[in-house]
Design a protein around this ligand. Structure first.
Ligand code: HEM
Length: 308
């Protein structure tokens, strides 16, 4: 079943995306309607791929950690747990649980728009919209702070090894633990920094996107705070699928982490917000603020189709 993983978990970045979060509604039979809708998602995606053969369309369907037991009381992914709310020194990572997540992404806005509308129709009265955010590729895959985002992501087969649950949880092999945070940037304050100060905040150069040597990185640098190692020296990795979003009111990043365990994201976030043993926290958090935070499990397409 592992090979029926939802393709949006692994696919390379897209030009356009829609992030939909929803809660199950209170109408009678809502749970069954949600289950039937989710069971129909793999076929719906196939249908839209046939309609938009050149769009490279992907869909990621996640079930919220707090909703899982109501949604599917029979069995639960072994490590599924709530989003870890953190707060220290003015830096926050709130937990804002939601029941359902749909990430639609493609290289064509019309394909994303139409599949998004079809998903909303399919859920109809069964679920209520919490948030709808349109993400887009900015220049050569940069965050709105102007730095390339995603460079150190795993590549090739490593993407599957990092993102997908394996034999450790056979019932849910091929699934993934997904964390979603919406960040709002203070771009005015960020742009008042010199380019060198911005580069120091990430530990990478801006235009050329070159990593600083380890001994030149500040302990506050984002890439320092998120490069975590186990005691045996091996790296803890996640596969990120973040995308910029924005309008005239607010601008920021939809941060998406996928992994075979929730632990790596949790430890990285703690390292950013709370810092190292001497309190060196992540410099970028002085310029961006998480306003949502939710944990999901993304089962395989095969598992979804069996829900009906
Ligand atoms: C690296 C941006 C939040 C984990 C990076 C890089 C940028 C970036 C520009 C360097 C290039 C790259 O390798 O991708 C941002 C922004 C964030 C954000 C703008 C929020 C607004 C997070 C969070 C986590 C995270 C919440 C995990 C909890 C990582 C990791 C790397 C990275 C693991 C690679 C580090 C390395 O191996 O060098 N991020 N990031 N990021 N980020 Fe973030």
């Amino acid at each position: 079943m592992r090979d029926t993983y939802q393709s949006g978990l692994i696919a390379e970045s897209s030009k356009d995306a829609l992030f939909l979060t929803l809660n199950q509604s209170h109408v009678e039979g809502a749970r069954e309607l949600v289950r039937a809708s989710l069971a129909s998602m793999p076929a719906l995606l196939d249908d839209f791929r046939n309609r938009y053969p050149d769009a490279d369309l992907h869909l990621t369907v996640g079930v919220g950690s707090g909703y899982w037991d109501q949604f599917n009381p029979e069995e639960r992914p072994a490590l599924l747990r709530a989003f870890p709310a953190l707060e220290q020194g003015g830096r926050v990572a709130p937990s804002t649980p939601v029941d359902l997540l749909f990430i639609v992404r493609a290289d064509q806005h019309d394909a994303v728009f139409e599949l998004g509308a079809a998903i909303s129709r399919s859920l109809d009265d069964a679920a209520e919209l919490v948030e709808e955010i349109h993400g887009f590729r900015y220049r050569d895959m940069r965050d709105l702070t102007g730095f390339v985002d995603g460079t150190e992501n795993p590549e090739g087969d490593d993407r599957l090894d990092v993102a997908l649950v394996g034999d450790e949880d056979p019932e849910f092999a091929g699934g993934s633990y997904l964390h979603l945070q919406r960040y709002e940037h203070d771009l005015g304050a960020w742009e008042r920094l010199s380019v060198k100060q911005q580069e120091d905040a990430y530990g990478r150069t801006k235009d050329e996107n070159i990593e600083y040597p380890g001994d030149k990185k500040s302990p506050h640098a984002h890439t320092k705070r998120t490069s975590l190692k186990r005691e045996d020296g091996s790296s803890m990795e996640i596969l990120r699928h973040s995308m910029p979003y924005g309008d005239s009111q607010r601008k920021g990043l939809m941060f998406v982490s996928t992994c075979r365990t929730p632990e790596h994201f949790e430890l990285m976030l703690k390292s950013m917000v709370e810092g190292d043993e001497t309190g060196h926290a992540d410099r970028i958090l002085d310029f961006t603020r998480a306003v949502t935070g939710s944990a999901f499990f993304v089962p395989t397409s095969h598992w979804l189709t069996q829900l009906s």
